[in-house]
Design a protein around this ligand. Structure first.
Ligand SMILES: C[S@@+](CC[C@H](N)C(=O)[O-])C[C@H]1O[C@@H](n2cnc3c(N)ncnc32)[C@H](O)[C@@H]1O
Length: 493
């Protein structure tokens, strides 16, 4: 029996069927993890959190559908996307009213970060990071690794220009990008001011946020420490929106050429050489340490091991690894360990030893992990497995996956095997399944594994009814068809 379970070889090791199925599921989860991002994007675009928030208590599905103007024909799809969002921890499922109607509530994550009227609203950030302008270059990462032209980033390879050149000549994207960055910066400012505020900022007279976008961080600091004269230094098309701002001054320029005098910030968008160039310019612009000059670096600090148990698979690690790889797509950036940051701050100091470096390293990696909105980690999958009991059908088994067939293709397939079925909208995508027609013509009758996830409820029901009718006329199939339907309906399998 044991040998029956061994079904594959990993290196020199034999693996069991259970291990193979688990590993296959793991691969699927990674492959499909973008679906979590797209579901989140859909939730943000529809404004689901706002509608639930305004209701103030669990919102019945029927009301949610009306308020969001969801088409009646999309009710089932909407319920399914909500099910995924509940699974991701963005919403909670609940009931409402005497009839205990299916309802949805906010979770701490959506209540804090997806309600647009809240100070920590991260919706603009979600929409920026998931904008096709940013996501699409990810598709050419492998080409970027080997491209003879050596473009600086996958973004440059895809768009033919850098992300900041693109913000410069695409006003709509410029506005959205800056709002997205500002959403994240506002939240980080709040955490940093709370945790490091007094120690880092008290006593400063002036401060420049280098690459400070539309001033979210600088504004938060100016409001917390009104005695500090705060300015934002960024590209002209970015700081133009800050002209006349009473809280922070706007200075347009290129940080690789100069940095205005005061204290400064730096970002993770740059490679090591660029970081050193920017830090050197900051260094030139600040007074000596004794006179209160300092470079403040607010960055994630990569730490790939869990302090408690040394494991590397906690959520913080995943955040750091994802952000680090993300940073190589739109910009030549990276996340750095504490040792790497120390090396840069020393390299950029005119003095050669660390003791004389006047930089402060404020580790924010943990904070960032707390700020995480979407969990892109593992989701459990269920499988529909044809049990050995049905294996006698194998020669006539057609694994039928209607997800990819158009309604017409599905219908013609069934017509070909003498089951004329009304399939109103079975099959969602337009991909062709002509090969199924070919198979079906060579097989007189036998449909044993059915994958119904894409058919409407009505289509599935009529398909099952027709198959049951067909099965009752064919005694050898009746039990097995019935069992197959039960299996398909049981999500735990
Ligand atoms: C990742 S965003 C950070 C935004 C910002 N820290 C915030 O709080 O919103 C990088 C910023 O660097 C700016 N930037 C890029 N190249 C620059 C340059 N050569 N000189 C000055 N700023 C630059 C961009 O315009 C953008 O605002």
């Amino acid at each position: 029996m044991e040998s029956m379970n061994k079904s594959g070889i990993h290196g020199d090791q034999e693996v069991t069927m259970a291990e193979l199925v688990r590993d296959h599921g793991h691969l699927w989860n990674i492959t499909f993890s973008y679906v979590n991002s797209m579901a989140l994007k859909c939730a943000v675009e529809l404004g689901i959190a706002d509608v639930i928030h305004r209701h103030g208590q669990p919102l019945p599905l029927s009301v949610l559908l009306t308020k969001l103007s969801i088409l009646p024909s999309r009710t089932d799809s909407f319920r399914r996307i909500m099910r995924l969002l509940v699974h991701s921890g963005l919403f909670a499922s609940s009931t409402a009213g005497d009839e205990e109607e299916e309802a949805y509530a906010l979770t701490p994550i959506s209540a804090s970060f997806l309600v647009t009227s809240k100070a920590d609203n991260m919706s603009p950030f979600v929409l920026t990071i998931l904008d096709p302008v940013i996501v699409n270059p990810g598709h050419c990462l492998s080409r970027w690794f080997t491209s003879a032209a050596e473009p600086p980033t996958a973004f440059d390879l895809f768009h033919g220009k850098s992300v900041f050149e693109l913000t410069g000549n695409n006003p709509e994207f410029n506005v959205n990008f800056n709002l997205g960055m500002a959403a994240d910066a506002s939240f980080m400012a709040k955490l940093i001011l709370k945790q490091y505020g007094d120690g880092v900022f008290r006593g400063l007279r002036s401060l420049v946020d280098v690459g400070g976008g539309i001033g979210a961080m600088a504004t938060a600091i100016a409001e917390a420490f009104p005695q500090i004269k705060c300015a934002v230094f960024d590209l002209p098309h970015v700081v133009s929106s800050l002209q006349g701002n009473p809280t922070v001054a706007a200075i347009a320029g290129n940080m690789f050429e100069f940095v205005p005098p005061a204290d400064a910030w730096i970002l993770h968008d740059w490679n090591d050489e660029d970081c050193v160039r920017i830090l050197r310019n900051c260094k030139k612009a600040i007074p000596p340490k004794e006179e209160g000059g300092k470079v403040i670096i607010i960055e994630m600090v990569m730490k790939l091991e869990n302090e408690e148990d040394g494991s590397i698979h906690d959520e913080t690690t995943e955040t750091q690894l994802l952000l680090d790889v993300h940073m190589m797509v739109p910009a030549p950036g990276k996340e750095r360990s504490e040792a790497e940051w120390k090396r840069h701050t020393v390299t950029s100091s005119p003095h050669s030893d660390a003791a004389k470096s006047d930089s402060i390293l404020a580790p924010t990696g943990k904070l960032r992990s707390e700020a995480r909105v979407a969990q892109l980690g593992q989701q459990s999958f269920s499988f529909i497995v044809v049990p050995p009991k049905l294996s006698f059908l194998a020669p006539r088994l057609i694994p039928l996956d209607l997800r990819c067939g158009s309604a017409e293709a599905s219908r013609s397939f069934f017509a070909a095997i003498s089951l004329s079925l009304p399939l109103p909208d079975c099959g969602s995508a337009e991909a062709s399944i002509t090969s199924l027609d070919a198979i079906s013509l060579s097989l007189p009758l036998a449909v044993s594994t059915l994958n119904l996830p894409c058919g409407s409820a009505e289509a599935s029901r009529s398909l099952l009814t027709n198959l049951r009718g067909e099965a009752s006329r064919s005694p050898s199939l009746s039990t097995s068809c019935h069992e197959a339907f039960v299996l398909a309906a049981d999500p735990s399998l």
